[in-house]
Design a protein around this ligand. Structure first.
Ligand code: GLP
Length: 234
């Protein structure tokens, strides 16, 4: 069952997400992170907590959900760069404990390696998620199967329009691996996401809205701001 928490605005959503994250942090060994503008507030709060020494990433591992193909980690449009700038470097996380799809090598090989790393260290204890306007989670675009695992995907037109990436392809963890996470925290903010959330939460789980599969998970919390939740309350 999905637990739903609605906060007034972005700042309230970020603080609530941080409190939930903080409550599970100590017992979590493998942390799963998402990119996008939505978790920036949460990542800022986590970074401050780590800098102040109140939490430590020692002994933990991080896995990111996805990366564009062929976009190097030094490129400011890569997800690795985003994570480095917004959390991983700020929180002083040991690079050897950070797991990311390798965007520099052949994508099929990189996807296979990443799947192997996941099988070795996973599942994720605490997974942070966002949601795309079309209901995608990570880069599991509409049509992604419940049983999908880490693979190379073509991005949808809607995602290309929203993100304007340098690559039309990405490596993403699959729906199956996301659902294997012990605890999931999905954040969403703004009117842009209201339709996707309505379809994810009010319809039966189906592959045309990959986020709807989250209804099948035993410990998932959606933390939304009022705008994102506006179509749920109507
Ligand atoms: C990307 C990522 C997703 C993320 C989504 C939403 O497509 N692959 O993991 O949830 O964007 O991004 P934003 O938070 O910027 O709306």
């Amino acid at each position: 069952m999905v637990k739903l928490i609605i906060k007034e605005d972005y700042s309230g959503m970020s603080k609530e997400a941080f409190n939930i994250f903080r409550g599970s942090f100590d017992s979590a060994k493998v942390l799963g992170f998402a990119t996008g503008s939505t978790p920036l507030g949460l990542y800022q709060l986590i970074s401050e907590e780590a800098k102040s020494g109140r939490i430590s990433f020692d002994g933990k591992l991080t896995f990111n959900l996805d990366e564009y193909c062929g976009v190097d980690s030094t490129d400011s449009s890569s997800f690795r760069y985003y994570m480095d700038q917004n959390l991983l470097l700020k929180a002083g996380i040991d690079p050897s404990r950070i797991h990311f799809p390798d965007s520099r090598i052949d994508p099929e090989v990189a996807a296979r390696h990443y799947r192997e790393e996941y099988l070795k260290y996973g599942p994720v204890d605490l997974q942070i998620l966002g949601i795309g306007r079309n209901g995608h989670i990570a880069f599991n675009e509409p049509g992604s199967a419940l049983e999908s695992v880490t693979r190379v995907v073509e991005l949808s037109e809607d995602t290309l329009d929203a993100n304007r990436p340098k690559s039309r392809k990405a490596i993403t963890m699959g729906v199956k691996e996301i659902l294997e996470s012990k605890k999931i925290l999905l954040l969403a903010s703004g009117k842009d996401k209201s339709m996707a959330l309505m379809r994810a939460l009010r319809g039966a789980p189906n592959s045309s809205v990959p986020a709807s599969f989250l209804q099948m998970h035993g410990d998932v919390t959606f933390v939304l701001d009022e705008e994102a939740a506006s179509m749920l309350e109507a």
